[in-house]
Design a protein around this ligand. Structure first.
Ligand SMILES: *Cc1c(COP(=O)(O)O)cnc(C)c1O
Length: 453
C-alpha cells in the first residue's frame, strides 16, 4: 500500500455535515478520514477494500472481533423479541440475567447493579450515589472527591471534574467541580532505583496526609485500577489498590473503581481490582461490557450502599438518576453474550500467550534512543517516546510525533492511535501472534519516522 487512503464520496458527505469527537476538524484538510464499510474479526475493511488491523480495539471497546457472529446473532434475536422498554416499573430477562452474571463475576460484595448507557454516565451515577449515600447517612458536609493526577473518567461535566488530563479539562475548568488531586502512583514517575511497589507506598503516604486534612468533606476516592489509560497508559503497582482500600475504610470514604477501560480481561485478570484482592464500594463498567457492540454501562455497589436509600417514599431518600435507554434490552443481551464467551472459551489463558508475545516483540524497543519506557499490563502495552532519553524530556507537543506514527500505520494497514507521544497496543482478544507482529513492525517503522528530524 504505502499510501494514505483517498477521500471518496462517503468522506465528502461526512465532511459536509459531521463533527467528530476528539478532533480538530481542520486536521482533515491533511489527515485522511477513513471510510469503513465493514468489520471482520480484528480487522476493519474500508469502502475501497483496504484493510486496517484494529490495534486499539476501536477505542478500547472491542473484545472478540468486529461483527462477531455469535454476538451479532444474539443481537438480531433480541431485536426481533424486545428492543426496548421503560426501565422504571418494568423489567426484562436480559437486564435481570446480566445483573446476576455481573454480580457473580465481579469481586465479592458488589451485589447491586445500576445501569446507564455509557462510561461517563456511569461515573456520574457513582459520584452522585456516593454523595447521596453520605447525605442519607446525615453527612451532607461530604461534597468533594479525591482523584489521581493523570486520571481520566470521561468528559461529561461531573466525570471531567474528576479527570486530570489537561487536553480535555483545561478549557472547561470554569464549569467544573474542584476535586482534591492525589499524586498518581504511576511507576514512570519513580525516583531512580525506586520500585513500582515503593512508589505505591510513597503515594499512599501522600494520600493519607490528604485524607487526614480532607476526609470530613470527601465522599470518595476515584481511581482507574492499575492503568491510567487516556492519561497515557501509565501503570502502577497493585499494592496501591490494597492500600487505598485500607485507607478508605480507615477514613470513612468510598472507593470508586473505574474499570471502564481495564475491566473484562484487559489487565490479565477479569477485573483489575482482583490483582490486589480488593472489592471497591463502586465499580463502573462499560466499553468491553458489550464486546464493543453497543453503548451500555453498569455501576455495581454494595448492599450497604443500597440499604441507605431503601426507605418509605416519604423519607425522600430514593436515588434519582435516569436515562431513557437505561437497561436497554439489546445492549443487555449483547453483554450477556459477551460474558458467555468468557465462560465458554479460555479467553484469559489465550490472552496470556498473546500478551507474552507482545512483550517479547516490544522488548527490542527498550534500547531505542528515543524510547524512555516500554510498559505492559496484560493486554495493554505502551511505548513512551521522548526527545531526550536520559532526562526523559518530552518532544514539544506541537511536533505531533505520535500523529506521524498514526499516519504511517494507515499506509501499512494498521490502526495505531497514539495518545500524544505514547504509542500503545490494546488489540481485540481475537488477534493472532502474526497480527501482533504486523502491529509491532508497523509501530517500529512509524517510530523511526516519527523521531527523525
Ligand atoms: C472511556 C473511559 C470513560 C468514559 O467512557 P465513555 O463511554 O467514553 O463516556 C471513563 N473512564 C475511563 C477509565 C475510560 O477509559
Amino acid at each position: 500500500m504505502n499510501t494514505l487512503p483517498a477521500a471518496d464520496a462517503l468522506v465528502r458527505r461526512d465532511l459536509s455535515h459531521l463533527w467528530h469527537p476528539c478532533t480538530q476538524m481542520h486536521d482533515h484538510q491533511t489527515v485522511p478520514m477513513v471510510p469503513i464499510a465493514r468489520g471482520d474479526g480484528a480487522w476493519l475493511v474500508g469502502t475501497d477494500g483496504r484493510r486496517y488491523l484494529d490495534g486499539i480495539s476501536s477505542w478500547w471497546t472491542n473484545l472478540f472481533g468486529h461483527a462477531n457472529p455469535r454476538i451479532a446473532a444474539a443481537l438480531a434475536d433480541q431485536a426481533r423479541t424486545l428492543e426496548h422498554v421503560i426501565f422504571a416499573g418494568f423489567t426484562h430477562e436480559p437486564a435481570v440475567a446480566l445483573a446476576e452474571e455481573l454480580v457473580r463475576v465481579t469481586p465479592p460484595g458488589l451485589d447491586r447493579v445500576f445501569y446507564a448507557d455509557n462510561g461517563s454516565a456511569a461515573i456520574e451515577v457513582a459520584l452522585k450515589m456516593s454523595f447521596h449515600y453520605w447525605l442519607n447517612q446525615g453527612h451532607g458536609e461530604k461534597t468533594r472527591f479525591i482523584a489521581l493526577t493523570g486520571s481520566y473518567h470521561g468528559e461529561t461535566l461531573g466525570a471531567l471534574s474528576v479527570s486530570d488530563v489537561a487536553l480535555y479539562r483545561k478549557t472547561y475548568a470554569p464549569l467544573l467541580l474542584t476535586p482534591i488531586l492525589a499524586p498518581s502512583p504511576d511507576a514512570y514517575e519513580a525516583e531512580p532505583g525506586e520500585s513500582g511497589a515503593a512508589v505505591a507506598q510513597r503515594r499512599l503516604g501522600e494520600l493519607r496526609t490528604l485524607l487526614e486534612q480532607h476526609a470530613h468533606e470527601v465522599c470518595a476516592v476515584i481511581v482507574e485500577p492499575l492503568v491510567q489509560c487516556a492519561g497515557g497508559m501509565r501503570m502502577y503497582h497493585p499494592d496501591y489498590l490494597a492500600g487505598l482500600r485500607a485507607l478508605c475504610d480507615e477514613f470513612a470514604v468510598h472507593f470508586i473503581a473505574d474499570e471502564i477501560a481495564v475491566g473484562f480481561g484487559r489487565t490479565g485478570t477479569l477485573f483489575a481490582c482482583e490483582q490486589a484482592g480488593v472489592s471497591p464500594d463502586f465499580m463502573c463498567l462499560s466499553k468491553g461490557l458489550t464486546g464493543g457492540f453497543l453503548p451500555l454501562s453498569a455501576v455495581l455497589t454494595t448492599t450497604q450502599v443500597y440499604d441507605a436509600f431503601y426507605a418509605e417514599y416519604s423519607a425522600g431518600k430514593a436515588f434519582l438518576h435516569s436515562h431513557s435507554y437505561t437497561g436497554n434490552p439489546l445492549a443487555c443481551r449483547v453483554a450477556l453474550e459477551t460474558l458467555a464467551i468468557f465462560r465458554d472459551e479460555p479467553v484469559l489463558e489465550r490472552n496470556r500467550v498473546l500478551s507474552a508475545h507482545l512483550a517479547q516483540r516490544l522488548d527490542a524497543l527498550r534500547g531505542h534512543p528515543h524510547v524512555a519506557d516500554v510498559r505492559q499490563t496484560g493486554m495493554i502495552a505502551a511505548v513512551e517516546l521522548v526527545a531526550d532519553k536520559p532526562r526523559r524530556t518530552p518532544f514539544p507537543p506541537g511536533d505531533r510525533r505520535g500523529l506521524r506514527v498514526y499516519l504511517h500505520g494507515l499506509t501499512q494497514g494498521a490502526l495505531l492511535r497514539p495518545l500524544g507521544d505514547v504509542i500503545y497496543f490494546m488489540p481485540p482478544y481475537v488477534i493472532t501472534t502474526q497480527e501482533i507482529d504486523l502491529l509491532v513492525d508497523t509501530a517500529v517503522d512509524g517510530i523511526e519516522r516519527a523521531v527523525a528530524g
